[in-house]
Design a protein around this ligand. Structure first.
Ligand SMILES: Nc1nc(=O)c2c([nH]1)NC[C@@H]1CN(c3ccc(C(=O)N[C@@H](CCC(=O)O)C(=O)O)cc3)C=[N+]21
Length: 294
């Protein structure tokens, strides 16, 4: 039987450590870590995620501000809010929930967020730091969560073959960079990749982030591989209800060494890493303000 790696349990540990850092920052520097979450429109999935983020923020003592703008908000209106949050010294992290309505250019908005407050790690400066290995940047939450899960079960990444399925800026690309940084041999693939099952079968590590329900079948997985399932797909069932399934057919993967479930896998780690990034940003800002205080 494959070990089921419960992301929700690991996330709890990450949150405990975040909580301690939040308290320390408050006690020693008088700084209350604060995350601003911006939601444009009323996408039901986004509403659920934003609520989860805020609940988790509260649970670790991070103040969370919510800004809801209606669907028709102009790009300039959203930019004005981002600029206001950039300038507010009480705000340490800014998250603009994606996807944005089609009349707003996401790259313009993400590029307007102050890099030191960019807790999603999507600003070009943070993307650049990750890709050059410069360090010191904020790292996107989902790939960071994936690697933290991998680190629970893999001691030495050097030379391992990692296959990333999915090439998004949010997951696939940064996940590939993080694994490359750990000296894995990384293959980035996507739904148009030819011979994908064979490529997947060669992997010691699979990161499935294609957004395609049960894309990765049991015979794509090498015995003893470690499989991280990033997919969250809502599918309709025959009885008229719906269910959440991942990008991996978990029930076919008994021969894997380790596999993450959906739900309670990568999702909770994403939120934990968002709050970890927020306290990190708050600590860095406190240090910059009071260089003598550690
Ligand atoms: N700027 C921005 N940053 C994001 O990080 C971001 C975003 N936009 N837009 C949407 C995606 C999606 N995302 C998730 C976060 C938590 C769960 C999560 O906690 N999922 C639970 C519940 C799943 C369920 O039941 O729906 C689980 O997997 O156990 C899932 C998905 C963050 N995203």
């Amino acid at each position: 039987m494959a070990q089921i790696l419960q992301g929700d349990l690991v996330a709890r540990e990450v949150l405990d450590s975040v909580s301690q850092r939040v308290s320390r920052l408050s006690d020693t520097n008088g700084v209350d870590a604060c995350l601003a979450v911006v939601l444009v429109g009323h996408d039901p999935a986004s509403e659920i995620y934003v609520r989860r983020k805020q609940k988790a923020a509260r649970s670790v003592g991070i103040r969370s501000l919510e800004y809801r703008l209606d669907e028709e908000t102009s790009q300039q209106g959203l930019l004005d809010l981002v600029h206001k949050l950039n300038a507010d010294p009480a705000v340490h992290g800014i998250l603009v929930q994606l996807p944005l309505p089609s009349h707003i250019a996401g790259d313009v908005i993400l590029g307007a967020i102050a890099p030191q407050k960019d807790v999603d790690g999507f600003h070009p400066v943070n993307v650049g730091r990750l890709s050059t290995g410069a360090g010191g940047g904020l790292v996107p939450c989902t790939p960071l969560g994936c690697v933290m899960l991998l680190e629970r079960v893999i001691d030495d990444f050097r030379g391992l073959k990692a296959v990333v399925i999915g090439k998004s800026n949010i997951v696939g690309k940064p996940a590939a960079l993080l694994l490359l940084d750990r000296e894995c041999t990384v293959t980035v693939t996507h739904i148009h990749t030819r011979g994908l099952p064979d490529i997947a079968r060669s992997a010691d590590i699979i990161i499935a982030a294609a957004g395609s329900p049960r894309l990765v079948r049991g015979d794509w997985v090498k015995p003893g591989a470690v499989v991280i399932d990033v997919g969250i797909n809502r599918i309709a069932l025959e009885d008229g209800t719906s269910a959440i399934v991942g990008d991996v057919a978990l029930d076919e993967c008994d021969h894997a060494a380790v596999i993450t479930p959906v739900p309670k896998g990568v999702g909770p780690m994403t939120i934990a890493c968002l709050l970890k990034n927020t306290v990190h940003a708050a600590e860095a800002m406190a240090r910059a303000r009071e260089p003598a205080v550690q």
